[in-house]
Ligand binder design. Structure first.
Ligand SMILES: NC(=O)c1ccc[n+]([C@@H]2O[C@H](COP(=O)([O-])OP(=O)(O)OC[C@H]3O[C@@H](n4cnc5c(N)ncnc54)[C@H](O)[C@@H]3O)[C@@H](O)[C@H]2O)c1
Length: 249
């Protein structure tokens, strides 16, 4: 069986790094994309140390030229890209009355335009292969809403809707599109920022999670691995809640 080439955005750290390592251990060659190549070094080294294939790619996902250049570089080195994990994202905590246009546009540029550009850059490879897997990392805040996070949660709501629409558009080409909305995944830069901001005691957080533990990056990576597998070919347009059973809506 030939090696599939995947690209994971925001893969220098956190959930993206875990997804990149997991797809590599599943046998894929992985483009590890983040804002600059140097940031990707640890993830690439970990994949190579485990016997996998990885390539560092520097690009801002909101920048069309950078996205297309990064994908072209990966394609030239490791072949057509048929697996995409749109994980790169930025958060925002702004009281509704204080939301400014520039910040709103920045968050939407990274969280919404970013995944759209990434899909545009890889979609012809997937259509040619008549096979593709796209996983968008959204957020449980898109399902529940979140105080002081109207900008962020709205952008992630767009990711959920984008997932459904793309699934309908690309289904006839053998391409599936799904999303995972993480809840409380600990130990990432973003989750630590959330924790500092909201100061919710751990026992209160745990009381809302039936399995009574916080999420780990590998929980999301397992879900991602499933959605990118052959076996998930009949699953598309879905929201896979990897959240310990938290009731979200
Ligand atoms: N951690 C959680 O609890 C949680 C909860 C809900 C949703 N999420 C979502 O999961 C994803 C990953 O979250 P995380 O906690 O690992 O975050 P993180 O902040 O730890 O990592 C995000 C990565 O994305 C990269 N990135 C940011 N902007 C970029 C850009 N414009 N171009 C390329 N790369 C960029 C960063 O450099 C970083 O390496 C995000 O989309 C986030 O919204 C996380």
């Amino acid at each position: 069986m030939s090696v599939k080439t995947a690209i994971v955005t925001g893969a220098a750290a956190g959930i993206g790094a875990a997804c990149a390592k997991r797809l590599a251990s599943d046998g894929m060659a992985v483009g590890v994309l983040d804002l600059d190549e140097e940031r990707c070094a640890d993830t690439v080294a970990a994949i190579k140390a485990a016997g996998g294939i990885a390539m560092a790619l520097g690009a801002d996902v909101s920048n069309r030229e950078q996205v297309f250049a990064a994908v072209a570089k990966l394609r030239a080195e490791l072949g057509p890209v048929t697996v995409l994990v749109n994980n790169a994202g930025v958060t925002d905590f702004t009281k509704f009355e204080d939301i400014e246009d520039d910040r709103w546009d920045f968050v939407f540029a990274v969280n919404v335009r970013g995944p759209m550009l990434m899909v545009q850059a890889v979609i012809e490879d997937m259509k040619s292969a008549h096979w593709g897997r796209i996983v968008n990392i959204s957020s449980s805040s898109a399902q529940t809403g979140a105080i002081g996070m109207v900008t962020y949660s709205s952008s992630k709501g767009a990711v959920v809707t984008m997932t459904r629409s793309m699934a309908q558009e690309f289904g006839p080409y053998g391409i599936t599109v799904n999303n995972i909305p993480p809840g409380s995944v600990m130990g990432t830069i973003m989750s630590e920022a959330n924790r500092d901001r909201f100061q919710i005691p751990t026992e209160v957080l745990l009381s809302t999670i039936p399995v009574r533990r916080l999420g780990e990056v590998n929980d999301i990576a397992h879900g991602c691995s499933y959605l990118c597998s052959e076996g998930a070919s009949y699953v598309t347009g879905q929201t896979l809640g990897v959240n310990g059973g938290r009731v979200v809506s």
